[in-house]
Design a protein around this ligand. Sequence first.
Ligand SMILES: CC(C)(COP(=O)(O)OP(=O)(O)OC[C@H]1O[C@@H](n2cnc3c(N)ncnc32)[C@H](O)[C@@H]1OP(=O)(O)O)[C@@H](O)C(=O)NCCC(=O)NCCS
Length: 242
Amino acid sequence: MVFERLREDIASFKQRDPAARGTLEIVLCYPGFHALVVHRMAHWLWNQNFHLLARIISYLGRIVTAIEIHPGAKIGRRFVIDHGTGVVVGETAIIGDDVTLYHSVTLGGTSPAVDSHNQVGQKRHPTVLDGAIIGSGAAVLGPITIGENARVGANSVVTRDIPASVTAVGIPAKVIMPRNKKKAQEFQPYGTPTDGGPDPVLQTIESLRGEVSTLMERVEELETQREDTGDADPKKKSGQAG
Ligand SMILES: CC(C)(COP(=O)(O)OP(=O)(O)OC[C@H]1O[C@@H](n2cnc3c(N)ncnc32)[C@H](O)[C@@H]1OP(=O)(O)O)[C@@H](O)C(=O)NCCC(=O)NCCS
């Protein structure tokens, strides 16, 4: 089961990082993969109430990878952190399946969310649902939800819920476009569609070509008409008139 999950994680890196060449490279050189393996161990210890040990393991992972994931964070399957440096995932963050984060993403809090006994324990960090892609440098803050298959643009700051299957960018992040539902099911590296509809320049050229050939047909038609009516040479006609 553990190895099956690891194999699945490696396959996700291969699938989502166009630069990934093979399993060995991912196992040896991918900080995002190392951080995930360390987190799985630390999270298991956290759930067994070995909190300090979990924190120590997580901290060692952070020294090696520059990725900080609190051992309390719940992370689903096939999670990919690409590049990784500067990623921070808070204690009460929940991440679904097939989520992708790029470097310097923060899944952080905005308030300590203390309860009536002054205990920090309520949910303070975001929930990122299945298939979401969060661009580099984005800060997703507070107990908000990023919807399934949503995309958050690089360097955005998100403090409100983002619906499923949309793209949100900016500070504060605003929804700029719905995401093609069919395409949203497939992962697109960097969140950017590579075949997102016809090229507008090509479309313009095609429509101009269509108009030119219609005009050519019309010119030929007019010339034929003129020949038929014996009006083929306007110069000759104007010479005769003069
Ligand atoms: C948000 C994102 C997914 C949108 O990609 P897309 O669907 O191809 O969208 P477009 O590039 O057509 O951009 C649509 C509009 O959003 C704007 N936009 C795109 N990304 C933006 C961002 N991060 N912040 C602010 N505006 C952004 C574009 O300027 C464009 O605006 P316009 O319509 O006024 O010209 C992509 O731009 C992005 O940020 N991906 C993350 C990439 C990343 O983190 N890479 C790191 C890999 S190392």
